[in-house]
Write a protein that binds this ligand. Structure first.
Ligand SMILES: Nc1ncnc2c1ncn2[C@@H]1O[C@H](COP(=O)(O)OP(=O)(O)OP(=O)(O)O)[C@@H](O)[C@H]1O
Length: 273
């Protein structure tokens, strides 16, 4: 999993119990670079039934150890260090609270950010990102409800990229969409549906629509594998009520990335609003 904050230095501001990141502070926080988190999925019932051993062990909060169990390919245990490691018993809530929340909520403080999951089939990308997205949006609405002095407009869009083709997950039409590079807007998708959110339930409904539209197929490891890259984008516009519509917007991009690094570049383009 990776999480990218904006390039501005940030500082936390605790307002009414809600934690929000403010841009422009002097102290460079953990959000000024890509954070790499690892979450270990528990063995599935099938893997347990096949007697597959767990080869990865979390030694502490930042270190994970690999022990090969191939009898014909014995290797010495190898330790890898990341910003944060979550063992298989950790709940999605813990992953969100301790690994993602800071970056995800920076969007209401005016900083663009991206959170994406990367890994092989059946490693748990969709499982984690679904839960993380729900936690994030619940916290964003909680923040909005506590800040009635400001007006917020939330917009949501969703695409999948499958076999190099970009599709709108909120449209019934199956027409491939075109990607453009623009000096001001950065990389954007032409004619993409963008829905203004009414509330949290509205977003939940839209996420279900995306789920239903996704291309899925079976892989050896995953009966319901998403065969595409998915990118969900939430745009937050916030203004003091008397200046409605005049402030700049910020975006939060949440993605499931299946393999290639060029998608990381595409996702980062969400930062250039
Ligand atoms: N932390 C977890 N705890 C319990 N079950 C999990 C966890 N992570 C994943 N799973 C389960 O493992 C299976 C595979 O997860 P998921 O579909 O999220 O993988 P994926 O990486 O998105 O796969 P693909 O790339 O093939 O779409 C699912 O049945 C999911 O419910």
């Amino acid at each position: 999993m990776g999480a990218i904050g904006g390039d501005e230095s940030v500082q936390w501001d605790k307002m009414n119990g809600a934690e929000v990141v403010n841009g422009g502070g002097s102290g460079a926080g953990s959000l000024d670079r890509i954070q790499v988190l690892v979450r270990v999925r528990p063995l599935s019932d099938k893997e347990i039934a096949r007697g597959e051993p767990a080869e990865w062990e979390c030694i502490n909060d930042t270190t994970i150890m690999f022990r090969s169990t191939f009898p014909d390919r014995p290797t010495a245990p190898t330790a890898y260090t990341f910003d944060r490691v979550f063992h298989s018993e950790c709940s999605t809530k813990e992953v969100y609270q301790e690994g993602v929340k800071e970056v995800a909520l920076s969007v209401v403080g005016g900083i663009n950010s991206s959170v994406f999951a990367y890994g092989q089939t059946s490693s748990g990308k969709t499982f984690t990102m679904t839960g993380v997205t729900e936690c994030t949006v619940a916290d964003i609405y909680d923040y909005i409800n506590k800040h009635e002095e400001r007006a917020f407009v939330l917009k949501f869009s969703a695409i999948e990229i499958y076999n190099e083709v970009v599709r709108d997950l909120l449209s019934a039409e199956n027409t491939p969409l075109r990607l453009w590079d623009d000096a001001e807007k950065g990389t954007y998708v032409e004619n993409l549906t963008e829905v203004i959110l009414r509330d949290w339930n509205h977003l939940k409904g839209l996420i279900s629509v995306c789920e239903a539209q996704r291309k899925t197929g079976e892989t050896f490891l995953n009966e319901k594998s998403s065969r595409s890259h998915q990118i969900l984008k939430l745009t937050v516009e916030s203004s003091a009520r008397e200046f409605l519509g005049k402030d700049k917007s910020t975006t939060l991009v949440a993605s499931v990335v299946r393999k290639t690094p060029q998608f990381v570049k595409f996702i980062q383009s969400g930062e250039k609003v």
